[in-house]
Design a binder for this molecule. Sequence first.
Ligand code: AMP
Length: 523
Amino acid sequence: MTEPGAHDRIISVFKPMENAIGLAYSHATGDLTFATLSASARALAAQIASVQPGDRSPVMIFGHKDRRFLIAYWACLLTGRAAVPNEPDLPPRRLAGVASVTGSTLLIDAQPDGHDAPIGLTDLVLPVPLLTTAPGITHPPIRAADQDTAYILFSTGTTGEPKGIEVTYANLADFVGWMDQMGSDIGNPGCISANVRYCFDVSLFEMWLSWLNLKPMSGLDHGDIWNIGTYLAQFSADDLSIWVSTPTLAAHYVRHQGFCSDTLPALKAMIFCGEVLPKALVRTLFARFPGIRIFNTYGPTECTVAVTCVEITQAHLDADRELPIGSARHGTWLSADADTTGQGEIIIHGTSVGKGYLGASEEQNARFIAPHSYRTGDWGMQDAKGDWYFKGRRDREIKLDGHRIDLNTVEAAIRDCRDVRDVIVAPPEEGSRMGGLRAFVLGIATTEALERLANEAADRLPPHIIPRFWYAQEDCVFNASGKLDRKQVQADMLARGVRHIHTAARKTTAEKAMAIKSEQDAA
Ligand code: AMP
């Protein structure tokens, strides 16, 4: 008899779902009960085991937010194979790249009825069954070893070719243990958002909190993000209790006055990940949802979703620095070779660190400096109490007119100014004769407000690092992960945004009066 391992831990979450009564998923294209989820996943797993006996290659799941995706995901786990989520909006060339890098022999079509699945990428394409009762003959779960891959998520490497991030069953079981803990800390979670696309690992917060607590997820398709009213009506009807997203998505919702406790009275916790959490957003959320608990989590996909967490308090908001990203979860620790400023590159160690990259160059794989250590490329520091602070990406230092400028510092100062939802600071436009940093600001609608902001920033920053060119717009643009699409937002603002040129010699009213008087005196 072998010791229970990571795969057993995963299967132990599945078993109670088979006896659970009620909804597992609420979605416009069809709801899913726990009974249907577990019976259909078992049936699909049995089918896979019988048509591909002994095949352990990764399985491509092709789908978006339909309930079939969750069934397909569990069928992969029950057969001990790696799940590889693929969104239908991926270009065919990219899909072919994923199939070739992973060596997948099976694609599960998890789209709603009436959509074509890509054929020819894998030996076999299977649809997802929807059964209300468990099939007579099922297959016992096929055990995976701790170091077998549980899922692979793709990001674009520097070469533009897909780079697969491999996360093992041991990594996943460790994350599931953390989610169990987080569920108890929040206390009796109810319905959980399904805001995040399944190709982005922040969705694992939503899925595992739902499955561990036998509570439904509620979501719409990503394309419905702009229908905030529809979303709110669904969340309200489903008694949403836990919200998970990037800060950018929540900042988008905040623009709707209905995003408040009157509409969502059951909402008691919000979990953020993936981007800097701005203080202004947290202040607004505390005001809109009195008593809400807000958690900031941080981590790269390479280290199984997230590795640090902190509950944000009023003291954090009042402190004269950015919000912390918290301390490491159990089994993981962080280090940084701090320079004289106390900052250094964050290195993550421990059970959360994934296996490595598939299809990546040796240079990219060198980020995994030891079997359980990953060099993040993020800049950070730890305070005396043990909380970590994110200081931006390592590679954002530029040289301008002889000055070394860290674009992260400029962004952090502007982000702290009034009305700013987020900001991107970019180096001078290439070939521009006028030079000067460029600031792209979200949340500002008029040139006057932009000018006020530039002046406010000028009061906080040394003159040589104040951006000269300012652009703004109210709307954000999301990438596939629901993060701010930094490239697109800059392009949009250059094309359509409001603009302002900041000139260094700003004078106070008194200084202006003095200057006029001395001119008059001289005349
Ligand atoms: P991804 O692998 O797409 O989840 O991106 C991981 C990267 O997002 C990290 O390496 C950080 O640069 C950034 N990130 C994740 N969480 C946070 C956070 N809470 N605050 C600031 N940046 C974050």
